[in-house]
Design a protein around this ligand. Sequence first.
Ligand code: GRF
Length: 198
Amino acid sequence: MLASGRGSNLQALMDSVEAGRLDAEIVAVLSDVEQAVALGRARSAGIEARFIEPGPSRSRLSGQAEAAMIAILDRLRVDLVALAGFMRILSPGFVSHFKLRILNIHPSLLPCFPGLHVQKQALDYGVKYSGCTVHFVDEGTDTGPIIIQAAVPVLEEDTEETLSERILVEEHRIYTEAVRLFAEGKLKVEGRRVRVLR
Ligand code: GRF
């Protein structure tokens, strides 16, 4: 998994594996942030956790950083790369190396509100529902084929924090579900549409 921050989605996936709700193994957590809480969570669970020096750009990884990540992920023969609060845009080369094997969780109902500060965007726009999306990663930002979404109401008294919390509960639920479907080979991508095989 790739993570840059507190790692609550990582924790939710680790908990799902631990509880037997998800038949998968999380083999490594890589981060572009040395102090990321996510790395500590992984280490406490005995999972390989590595900081990768991201390079000079704030929004992307250097070629060297991506090569280092690919080397580790290939060595571990990962089936899936799950982004969980990973704050950098991956290059087309990285994306094509793991074609249709990278998932991301985003805290809005895409294609509404891609990018950053998403809950604020939803509040400012005045939508009555927001939510979260698990999608395959393609070359764009938050544009890949959608696997699962969950909606939550936006309440009049909501702040960015309260809306984020309500969405996060659903994030943790649908990320486990999406990884489970992927692991079971039940996701069939047809253009932009992802069919869930039963
Ligand atoms: C989540 O809201 C996720 O959707 C977004 O970044 C946040 C990461 O949270 N991409 P966490 O690090 O998983 O707690």
